[in-house]
Design a binder for this molecule. Structure first.
Ligand SMILES: C[S@@+](CC[C@H](N)C(=O)[O-])C[C@H]1O[C@@H](n2cnc3c(N)ncnc32)[C@H](O)[C@@H]1O
Length: 218
């Protein structure tokens, strides 16, 4: 099926084209777009080019009213549900019911209560997605994360990162990682980043979608 411009009917397949926010934008000189729309398109295209092709969105994170520290807000849940499909592994799953297999130290909503590090060393299945929301290094962690089984920082732990990296390279096609950094893993490219603004003076969170680019050479 041909891609035709909704305004002037030009065949877009023969023009340079880019997808942004699910709309097709092209360089062709169509009168159907008004000036503000053209300006927006130019900005989106230049941002996409500067960032080596990955998309990003900046939005308010919403409030966590669940009572469980770090639980996904409705906005974050909405983003996750809009992109994942197929077989989903959820690490550090806490209260969440997203995913076929959910691993958490002790939350009863998990399908397995164990340390993620131990699970990764044992599990040999392949997954379309891994979703993870590890505890971050935060100030006064003992106070804020007292409800968890453990409240150490994992995002800065190099040994643990190596286990995670190896597991992803062997078994995962797509990664959705919520953290206060934007991690990268060899063999995976950034597909999209959501910059989530929690308001007040709280740390900005980044939801990274990393997509496998290379077959594992393992
Ligand atoms: C930031 S919370 C995730 C909350 C989750 N996104 C939700 O919607 O409820 C981090 C979770 O990791 C769990 N956790 C901490 N260290 C862990 C470990 N070593 N292995 C497995 N789970 C761990 C905690 O119990 C907590 O539920």
């Amino acid at each position: 099926m041909k891609n035709l411009c909704p305004h002037c009917g030009t065949d877009l397949d023969i023009e340079k084209e880019v997808f942004a926010n699910d709309k097709l934008f092209t360089g062709h000189n169509c009168q159907g777009y008004d000036n503000s729309e053209k300006q927006k398109i130019i900005r989106v295209l230049s941002v996409l080019r500067q960032n080596g092709g990955f998309d990003f969105e900046v939005l308010g994170m919403g409030m966590n009213t669940s009572g469980y520290p770090g639980a996904f807000t409705k906005i974050v849940q909405g983003i996750i549900r809009s992109v994942i499909y197929g077989k989903v592994l959820h690490l550090y799953s806490g209260t969440s019911l997203i995913g076929d297999e959910r691993i958490d130290l002790e939350h009863p909503n998990a399908t397995k209560n164990c340390r993620v590090e131990d699970f990764l060393k044992e599990d040999t299945r392949d997954w379309d997605w891994v979703l993870l929301d590890p505890p971050y290094a935060i100030q006064r962690a003992n106070l804020k994360l007292g409800a968890y089984g453990e409240y150490g920082s994992l995002s800065g732990n190099t040994l643990w990162q190596a286990v995670m990296r190896r597991y992803c390279q062997r078994h995962i096609d797509n990664i959705l990682w919520l953290d206060f950094c934007a991690p990268s893993i060899k063999g995976f490219g950034r597909k999209k980043l959501w910059l989530l603004l929690p308001g007040g003076f709280h740390t900005v969170r980044v939801l990274s979608w990393l997509k496998r680019e290379m077959k594992p050479m393992l």
